[in-house]
Write a protein that binds this ligand. Structure first.
Ligand code: ADP
Ligand code: MG
Length: 609
């Protein structure tokens, strides 16, 4: 049955042509409508044609890598992790028999650090290239170079149908395949007036669709976990009081969600299903049965723009290309409808494409990786779009301050060690320094738990308890130490399940943190051996403060808020911090996030700036 399904996909018609093209060209481009079968079929076609080849397929997101590997394994009737597997940060599901590996862009870059020839693979597929993530841009540059050295290597770029010429020019190839897929028309409706609150507007639109429109599932585009959870809660509540017989199944899909919960979004439901998703459902993932799309018009992006010195997650309007992609999700099976929660005028003013990530984010970690791969002059490296020179220089200097590079920008041993850890440079630096100072376990606990999302689990209305719970574990006015303490207590406790229940903690998240800790330990073993341990919170803060040297803030009484040292931007301590009800003079933070307010997340008090 699955074989029949495979043969009905639009891409099947192109199978032989594509195989031939791969044989004749070193670099080929395949572009096509989302859902036509590029990601799941091309690797299988290649394997079916020559079962000796080893294939890597990159994805911008972990979830996509995992679900696609699973889908392909199902189609090929093999166990996940054998013929077909995935490899994402802190989760390697491949074996020696694996020939098709789905992996994140970031993981493939890490493999480049270990083997600059990537001899492990015969064919490398860079998928979703149109998303223009920093990592996939960098990979294209690296592969462009590698193609000159490894004549047998084949590179396939796959993307939605946009900006194909730009890719073709850059990669100097004429082997372009555009997969025409039959899609149905989608009627697009804009709201007539500007909406105050897209969460409210989303809920109303979904309910109205549900109660008035014929059958068909709904896909709602939101921006992240927070608004997805808000919409879900309000929807469930309104459904309860509406007393209607027509039931609605609410599913969620965002990267931080545990994989098994994500999988639920794909399952067919007895009743109408609404999937509340981030832009992950735009092109990477196809959900069958969608007839209605509701688009909030925003996307959460990493950006460096505010004040030009800090990385921020902020809400940005989607681009026209994204709006079209989102609408297109409704026309897969039959004629569909797309409801945009923004006006026609707003649509007209949207940018055609999103600015590529490499032109708007902090490049600290990429530059360190480029150095580790052996790129001498990162400033002149041939990328599809060149980042701002000044920004790159600032990042190089920051790495010099961390002693990852020497004064001539050569990689030091410390830099090499840092790049071998699967962490942001600040945290690799922190972990290695902490190790040298003998506060390793403390640092390891802290970092491991900060790598996982959704630490707490609250039933609706019980979030007020959060501060009470935090105070039980609180150490030294520090989220970093407090969270480290939570992990330690969790490790020590016998009955972990009841410990979690008592403290509204997420059992699965903590298990994941333990696994991250073990993996980080394994990485660290390759770097250094000595082991001694002391419980020195001041030392911890000192090393952390040094590692987060560009993430300092001070309290400004007249503003009743914190000012970021770098930019003087105002921000507030996140409600989930142990410091939420306090106003320490100086703090360091992990992250600035912009939701309804500008928040500092994971904060630690320090004595001085
Ligand atoms: P593309 O990469 O061209 O966007 P895919 O290869 O991801 O397309 O998907 C091809 C088709 O396979 C989709 O249209 C969908 O019907 C089906 N499919 C993909 N992933 C899944 C999944 N996890 N569960 C069910 N069907 C899937
Ligand atoms: Mg795809």
């Amino acid at each position: 049955m699955l074989n029949e399904f495979r043969m009905q996909l639009p891409i099947f018609q192109f199978r032989d042509k594509i195989i031939k093209s791969i044989r004749e060209n070193q670099v080929i481009i395949i572009a096509g409508e989302t859902g036509c079968g590029k990601t799941t079929q091309i690797p299988q076609y290649i394997y079916e044609n020559d079962s000796n080849l080893r294939i890597a397929v990159t994805q911008p997101r972990r979830v996509a890598a995992m679900t696609l590997a699973e889908r392909c394994s199902l189609e090929k009737q093999t166990k996940l992790g054998q013929l077909i597997g995935y490899n994402v940060r802190f989760d390697d599901c491949t074996s020696k028999d694996t020939q098709i590996t789905f992996l994140t862009d970031g993981m493939l870059i890490r493999e480049f650090i270990v083997d600059q020839q990537l001899k492990r693979y015969d064919i490398i597929i860079i998928d979703e290239a149109h998303e223009r993530t920093v990592q996939s841009d960098l990979l294209l540059g690296l592969l462009k170079n590698l193609c000159r050295k490894r004549k047998q290597l084949k590179v396939i770029l796959m993307s939605a149908t946009m900006q194909i010429e730009k890719f073709a020019n850059y990669l100097e190839t004429e082997a372009i395949h555009i997969i025409e897929a039959r899609t149905h028309t989608v009627d697009v409706y804009n709201v007539p007036i500007r909406q105050q609150d897209y969460v409210e507007s989303m809920v109303n639109t979904i309910l109205q669709l549900h109660f008035t429109q014929p059958e068909g599932d709904i896909l709602a585009f939101l921006t992240g976990q927070e608004d997805i959870e808000d919409v879900r809660e309000i929807l469930l509540e309104r459904m309860k009081i509406s007393n209607q017989e027509k039931q609605l199944e609410v599913k969620m899909l965002y990267s931080a969600l545990p994989p098994e919960v994500q999988m639920e979004a794909f399952q067919k439901c007895v009743h109408r299903k609404v999937v509340l998703a981030t832009n992950i459902a735009e092109t990477s993932i196809t959900i069958d049965g969608i007839v209605y799309v509701v688009d909030c018009g925003y996307v959460k992006i990493r950006s460096f723009q505010i004040g030009k010195a800090i990385d921020t997650l902020l809400l940005a309007p989607v681009s026209k290309a994204q709006a079209e992609q989102r609408a297109g999700r409704a026309g897969r099976q039959r004629q569909g409808q797309c409801y945009r929660l923004y006006t026609q005028q707003t649509y007209e003013r949207l940018a055609k494409y999103m600015l590529p990530e490499i032109l708007r984010v902090n490049l600290l970690s990429v530059i360190l990786q480029m150095k580790a791969i052996g790129i001498q002059n990162v400033l002149t490296f041939d990328l599809i779009d060149r980042p701002d020179m000044e920004l790159m220089l600032a990042n190089l200097n920051q790495l010099v301050k961390m002693k990852a590079l020497d004064s001539e920008f050569n990689l030091t041993q410390h830099g090499k060690n840092m790049s071998s850890l699967p962490l942001e440079p600040q945290f690799s630096h922190f972990l290695i320094k902490a190790y040298e100072c003998g506060i390793y376990d403390l640092a390891l606990n802290s970092i491991s738990i900060l790598q996982v999302e959704n630490l707490f689990y609250f039933q609706r209305g019980s979030k007020e308890n959060l501060q009470k719970i935090l105070s039980k574990f609180k150490i030294s006015n520090s989220d970093h130490l407090t969270k480290a303490n939570i992990l330690r207590k969790y490790e020590e406790t016998q009955n972990k399940k009841s410990f979690c229940k008592e403290n509204s903690l997420n059992h699965k998240t903590l298990q994941k943190a333990i696994s991250v800790k073990q993996q980080l330990k394994d990485y660290m073993k390759r770097i250094t051996q000595k082991e001694f341990e002391k419980e020195d919170y001041d030392k911890f803060k000192q090393v952390l403060s040094e590692s987060l040297m560009f993430k300092h803030a001070f309290y400004s009484p007249q503003d009743q808020a914190y000012k970021l040292k770098q930019t003087n931007q105002l921000a507030y301590i996140h409600p989930e911090s142990v410091l939420f009800n306090q106003k320490p003079k100086y703090v360091i933070y992990n992250e600035v996030i912009l939701t309804k307010k500008v928040y500092l997340r994971d904060v630690t008090e320090i004595d001085e700036l």
